[in-house]
Design a protein around this ligand. Structure first.
Ligand SMILES: Cc1cc2nc3c(=O)[nH]c(=O)nc-3n(C[C@H](O)[C@H](O)[C@H](O)COP(=O)(O)O)c2cc1C
Length: 167
């Protein structure tokens, strides 16, 4: 699929079939995440792959919407605060790097016919407990990964004129 079709076809999937995600597809999705650009190429992130059935209770504590645990796999992107690039004025790019990684994952999944949904409204402590990576690791984003059980709704977006400023 070309990029512009991919961008149009990606949507937040909130219903999943129980069908397994093939190992090869999972690897392709994770590899796309690993190809994401990061500030100074520091790659300050960890991808945590959670097999839903084996961690059902922990995932329900993390995010309670039923669709979250319908998919066979959940992927979390955690940022390494101690390693991420920090701009001269003190702004850390840890979240930015992790967000780009998650976007690569989500677009790669779409290309492979898989569904995803950015999850930002998770319980951060439950996310830390789940991965056990230590204090310096910030959970940034999660997504279920599985085959969609619902169709794509119409996109609702602001018109370009509201979103773009030409100087
Ligand atoms: C940073 C971020 C956090 C989000 N967090 C959630 C979330 O916690 N739960 C949820 O159902 N959707 C979440 N979404 C999905 C948005 O609601 C969705 O992307 C938006 O409504 C546009 O719809 P679309 O993804 O289908 O194009 C999040 C999206 C982003 C980018």
């Amino acid at each position: 699929m070309g990029f512009f079709d991919l961008a149009k076809q990606r949507y937040s999937v909130r219903a999943y079939k129980p069908d397994a995600v093939e190992d090869e597809k999972l690897k392709q999705v994770l590899s796309a995440g690993a190809l994401a650009p990061t500030a100074c190429n520091l790659q300050p992130f960890r991808l945590v792959v959670v097999r839903t059935r084996e961690h059902l209770d922990a995932l329900k504590k993390l995010y309670s919407a039923p669709f979250f645990v319908q998919a066979p796999v959940v992927i979390g992107v955690y940022a390494d605060l101690g390693t991420a690039w920090v701009r001269r004025d003190g702004k850390s790019y840890a979240d930015v790097d992790a967000a780009i990684v998650m976007d690569h994952i989500i677009l790669a999944a779409t290309e492979l016919g898989l569904g995803t949904c950015w999850i930002g409204a998770f319980d951060a402590q439950a996310a830390r407990d789940l991965a056990g990576l230590g204090a310096g690791w910030e959970p940034v984003a999660f997504t279920p990964l599985g085959y969609p059980a619902s169709g794509q709704p119409a996109k609702r977006r602001k018109p370009l004129e509201e979103l773009v400023t030409y100087l």
